[in-house]
Every structure is written in structure tokens, then in C-alpha cells.
Design a protein around this ligand. Structure first.
Ligand SMILES: Cc1cc2nc3c(=O)[nH]c(=O)nc-3n(C[C@H](O)[C@H](O)[C@H](O)COP(=O)(O)OP(=O)(O)OC[C@H]3O[C@@H](n4cnc5c(N)ncnc54)[C@H](O)[C@@H]3O)c2cc1C
Length: 309
């Protein structure tokens, strides 16, 4: 399919999604499920999204380092059931360096050589972080240790609105720079809801000499109240217009999903227009919203080519 010049396409297109060639790369984040129902849902979600051939799918590590076993089990299942590249999240919290290194080696033994290296948070939320006496003090130290082994592809976290403990965006970007200098290959961002927030952050990071890909983290909202709670904990701003969009829909899950899909698609469409081609989806172990957004952005399952516009 021949693509018109982007400027012409945007001015004349009936929709910002018209004729997109699917020239995006995606990754999908999951959390370790609980119980048989959760296991089945994650399996279905992975099977639904795998035909998009994501760059990778990742499994989080529980708050306070709590789901080590669950993360390993979920990673094993995904590795055993698909050919999609898999990344394991790994945090420093509540564990010695030796224990953290053991988990990294466990990942490697099962063929998972991409690690999302994080500091983690103390539990319960709001408890000040203090490193384990024999542990890594923060993500940069963990990245350095993983990179030294030469065995791992390493992703790290970035915060378009600054990490809540950071005194300023500049300090936080300096911290990201430390992680990149220590050996990180890419940064995945915290979720945010205004495309400009990411674009400004990316510009500042590039100006600070950060030369690895910075991939926006996209959270398609499935539960607005819960999203507000998460956002409060991790310092992400919920714009007033978004609260308004979900107003009165607490007991209308189907309509809420339609609204969520519309907003998330518009959000990703704007990022796409600004040249973003990589997207990391916080799926919350559900496929539909992420699948729909990728579809609108022109992505098709490997066997199905996009129909010419
Ligand atoms: C994409 C993504 C995935 C995540 N996955 C998980 C997960 O699986 N499990 C989980 O528990 N949490 C996860 N988190 C949350 C993360 O663990 C928390 O946000 C945590 O508070 C910070 O982790 P970090 O790796 O960014 O820490 P760090 O990069 O170590 O930074 C933590 C704070 O310390 C500051 N800092 C660090 N070093 C210095 C220094 N030398 N001088 C001054 N300030 C410094 C930073 O600016 C920042 O404020 C994820 C976050 C993101 C964005």
C-alpha cells in the first residue's frame, strides 16, 4: 500500500487512523495472576495479543518484592506457550544483592534474558523506601550489576511527570541518565494522560544526552476509580476533562469501555502523529482495549494484512 506524505494524509484524512501502515512496535505488560481463573485469563490475553508479534511481553514483580514465585511461574507459562520474547521485571526492594542476582539467573535459566530493572517500593504504599542492608540501593546499581554480567537486555523505568520522590524533573532525568550510563537499553515510562507530557519529557531527556529509546507506557482505563488511586500513588495527573469523560459511568462497564477505547485511541493517535512508533501497553491482563488500539494504529495479526484505505 502506498502511503501519502504524512502532512497531506493528516490534512485530508477522514480520520487520524485512515490508511495507517501499522509501522509500530508494541509491547504488553502483565501482572502475575492469582488462582486458576487468573491464570486462564492471562493465558487467553497472551494468546490474543501474541499474533501482533510484540517486541516483548513482560511480567511485573509484586510490590515489596512480594510475587517472586508468581512472576517466575507466569514467565515460565508464557515462555512455554508462545514464541513471543519475554521480559521479567525485577526489583531491589527487601532482598540482598545475592537474592536479586539469583532471580536474574533463574530468569536466564528459563530463557528470559530481558529484564526490566527497578528499585521497587516499600509496602504498604506510602512507606518510605530504605534499601536492604546487603541490597542494591536503587535501579542504577541493579542495572550496573546486570550489565556487568553481559547476559541481559535491560529496560528501566522513566517518569514523564517525575518520580514522586524526586525533587524535580531535572533530578529525575539525571537519575534516568545514570541508569542508561550503567547499561540500560531502553526506558519504559510510567503512564500519563496528556501526550504533551510525554513529548516534553522526551525532549528534555534527549537534551540531557539520553540516547536510548524512551517508550511511552499506555494505560487503557478499565476502571476509572482504581486508575485515580494508582495515579495518586505514582504521581500521574488525571486531567479534569478525563474525570468528566468518565463521570456517571461507575455502574456502566460496557459504556465505560467504549469511552476508554475512544480516549486511549485518540491519545495514541496523537503520539503517533508526533512520530512515536513504540508503545508499551499496561494491559492489566486484559486484551481487548490494547488490541483495539493497536488495530486502529494499523497493526494486524501476522496472517492478516491491512486492507488498503
Ligand atoms: C515501566 C514500569 C514498570 C514497573 N514495574 C514494577 C514492578 O514490576 N514491580 C514493582 O514493584 N514496581 C514497578 N514499578 C514501579 C517502581 O518500582 C517505582 O516507581 C519505584 O518507586 C521506583 O523505581 P525505579 O526503578 O524508577 O527507581 P530508581 O530509578 O532507583 O529511582 C527511585 C527514586 O530515587 C531517586 N534517585 C535514585 N538514585 C538517586 C541518586 N543517586 N540521587 C538522587 N536521587 C536518586 C530517583 O530520582 C527516584 O526519585 C514500575 C514502574 C514503571 C514505570
Amino acid at each position: 500500500m502506498t502511503q501519502p506524505d504524512p502532512g497531506t494524509r493528516l490534512a485530508d484524512a477522514p480520520s487520524r487512523f485512515a490508511g495507517l501502515p501499522g509501522d509500530i512496535a508494541v509491547s504488553f505488560e502483565f501482572f502475575p495472576p492469582k488462582g486458576d481463573k487468573g491464570d486462564e485469563q492471562l493465558q487467553r490475553t497472551v494468546e490474543r495479543l501474541a499474533p501482533y508479534e510484540p517486541d516483548f511481553v513482560s511480567v511485573t514483580y509484586g510490590a515489596g518484592g512480594s510475587t517472586r514465585a508468581g512472576t517466575i511461574t507466569a514467565l515460565e507459562r508464557i515462555v512455554g506457550s508462545t514464541s513471543v520474547p519475554v521480559a521479567g521485571h525485577l526489583t531491589c526492594v527487601g532482598a540482598s544483592k545475592v537474592e536479586v542476582n539469583e532471580v536474574a539467573e533463574r530468569y536466564r535459566a528459563m530463557g528470559v534474558t530481558h529484564i526490566v530493572a527497578l528499585r521497587g517500593d516499600a509496602s504498604p504504599p506510602g512507606t518510605p523506601y530504605s534499601p536492604h542492608a546487603q541490597g542494591y540501593r536503587g535501579a542504577a546499581e541493579l542495572v550496573e550489576a546486570l550489565a556487568r554480567t553481559g547476559h541481559f537486555d535491560i529496560s528501566v523505568a522513566a517518569y514523564p511527570e517525575a518520580h514522586p520522590e524526586s525533587p524535580s524533573v531535572e533530578d529525575d532525568i539525571a537519575n534516568l541518565r545514570r541508569k542508561v550510563d550503567a547499561g540500560a537499553n531502553r526506558a519504559l515510562t510510567q503512564f500519563f494522560f496528556e501526550p504533551e507530557t510525554f513529548l516534553r519529557f522526551r525532549d528534555r531527556a534527549v537534551a540531557a544526552g539520553i540516547d536510548v529509546p524512551i517508550i511511552p507506557g499506555v494505560l487503557p482505563i478499565t476502571n476509572f476509580k482504581q486508575t485515580c488511586k494508582f495515579a495518586g500513588i505514582c504521581g500521574a495527573t488525571i486531567p479534569d476533562w478525563m474525570a468528566n469523560a468518565f463521570d456517571g459511568l461507575d455502574d456502566e462497564p460496557a459504556i465505560r469501555n467504549l469511552v476508554a477505547a475512544t480516549l486511549a485511541a485518540e491519545f495514541c493517535g496523537k503520539l503517533y502523529e508526533e512520530g512515536v512508533r513504540d508503545f508499551h501497553f499496561y494491559t492489566l491482563n486484559r486484551a481487548d482495549l490494547s488490541y483495539a488500539i493497536c488495530h486502529l494504529l494499523g497493526l494486524r495479526e501476522k496472517a492478516r494484512e491491512p486492507v488498503a484505505a
